[in-house]
Ligand binder design. Structure first.
Ligand SMILES: Nc1ncnc2c1ncn2[C@@H]1O[C@H](COP(=O)(O)OP(=O)(O)O)[C@@H](O)[C@H]1O
Ligand SMILES: [Mg+2]
Length: 330
């Protein structure tokens, strides 16, 4: 897109443009996503210059109608929110929990213990986002940041088949980035701008968002540094979701917190940092073969629970008949 070229900004010549590209800033959108503080950190330019460039970038994007102005009427906000797309989860129960599906311009955090279905959920969403709009998708591609080496194309094939879609086409629209450590994971996201634009990415997944930060910063002494770095990653992810109008899903592990005596003694590892950034938080819990999903502190959803299952289609609605059958046999 020519209107996003760095060198159309006043004061940005070919030399500055090259300097920016070298540090992974490929277009004007990237300037906004990274912000002036980071820009000055990575390029070594002084803070004032960085601020000026980012401001010019912001004005350019406002003029192009690609981002919103600083001051806007409620009508304008309402309009921008009309652009929010919803991606079906492929199940009635989770679509109901999410009031239609996973939203764009938002970060949805899914947390829960090992084996509760977070990765299965992510795989399912890789398929459903590719459905047509009439069928609940956004006709879009996926960027999958795999930090635990649990992305399985074979799973995508099966899920796509269950949804009556062509597996080869579905695989072709998923870009997978394997992250090896926490700074690599952040770098992948920083460089994602052109990939998002060129591949019509409508869903970005970080599975898990937290694991590598946890591994890289072990021990209490490094806890604040870990939170700071994780905070940076998660904010970047939600800014990208807002700027590019795509959905973002971040998964999070839970750990036992011994200070909880009542209720479920598990807490998300990312702690408050992730909680305050994500717009929606869903908690997955095992219940025998079934799974429970609960919506936690959403700005406009009631707190409620639904039951789903894991099967060949990824995640599915529970088979009501089999539950009834089982009940009648008891
Ligand atoms: N094809 C399948 N059919 C039914 N269950 C499956 C299938 N593939 C994986 N599972 C189940 O998914 C669970 C693992 O879920 P996963 O999403 O990897 O958990 P996590 O929350 O740790 O990411 C396991 O209980 C596994 O049995
Ligand atoms: Mg997993």
């Amino acid at each position: 897109m020519d209107e996003l070229r760095l060198d159309i900004l006043e004061g940005v010549g070919p030399i500055t443009a090259k300097k920016l590209t070298d540090v992974g800033i490929h277009n004007i959108m990237d300037l906004i996503v990274r912000g002036p503080v980071e820009l000055s950190d990575i390029t070594g330019m002084d803070k004032d210059t960085a601020e000026k460039i980012v401001n010019k970038a912001r004005h350019q994007l406002i003029d192009e109608g690609l981002i919103v102005k600083d001051f806007q009427t409620a009508t304008e906000i309402y309009k921008r929110r009309q652009d929010i797309g919803k991606i079906t989860t492929g199940t009635n129960c989770l679509d109901m929990l999410l009031d239609g599906g996973v939203e764009t311009q938002a970060l949805t955090e899914v947390y829960g213990e090992f084996g509760c279905g977070k990765t299965q959920f992510c795989h399912t969403m890789c398929v459903t986002v590719q459905k047509s709009k009439e069928n609940g998708g956004l006709n879009g591609g996926v960027l999958y940041i795999d930090t635990e080496n649990t992305f399985r194309p074979e799973r995508i094939v099966t899920i796509a088949q269950c949804h009556g879609m062509n597996p080869d086409e579905v695989l072709g629209k998923i870009t997978v980035a394997r992250a090896y450590n926490s700074s690599h994971q952040t770098l992948i996201l920083q460089e994602a701008g052109p990939i998002i634009q060129n591949n019509n990415i409508k869903l970005i997944i970080a599975d898990s968002a937290v694991g590598l930060f946890r591994a890289d910063y072990l021990g209490r002494g490094t806890l604040s540094e870990r939170q700071q770095k994780l905070n940076h990653f998660v904010h970047l992810l939600s800014r990208i979701a807002e700027t590019y109008n795509c959905a973002a899903i971040a998964t999070n592990q839970v750990m036992s917190s011994p200070d909880v005596f009542f209720g479920d003694p598990t807490r998300p590892v990312g702690g408050n940092v992730v909680a305050h950034t994500s717009t929606y938080r869903i908690y997955f819990k095992k219940s025998g073969k079934k799974r429970i999903a609960r919506m936690i502190d959403s700005p406009h959803h009631p707190e409620q629970e639904v039951i789903f299952i894991l099967n060949n289609a990824g995640i599915s609605d529970p088979d009501v008949d089999s539950i009834k059958r089982k009940k009648s046999m008891e």
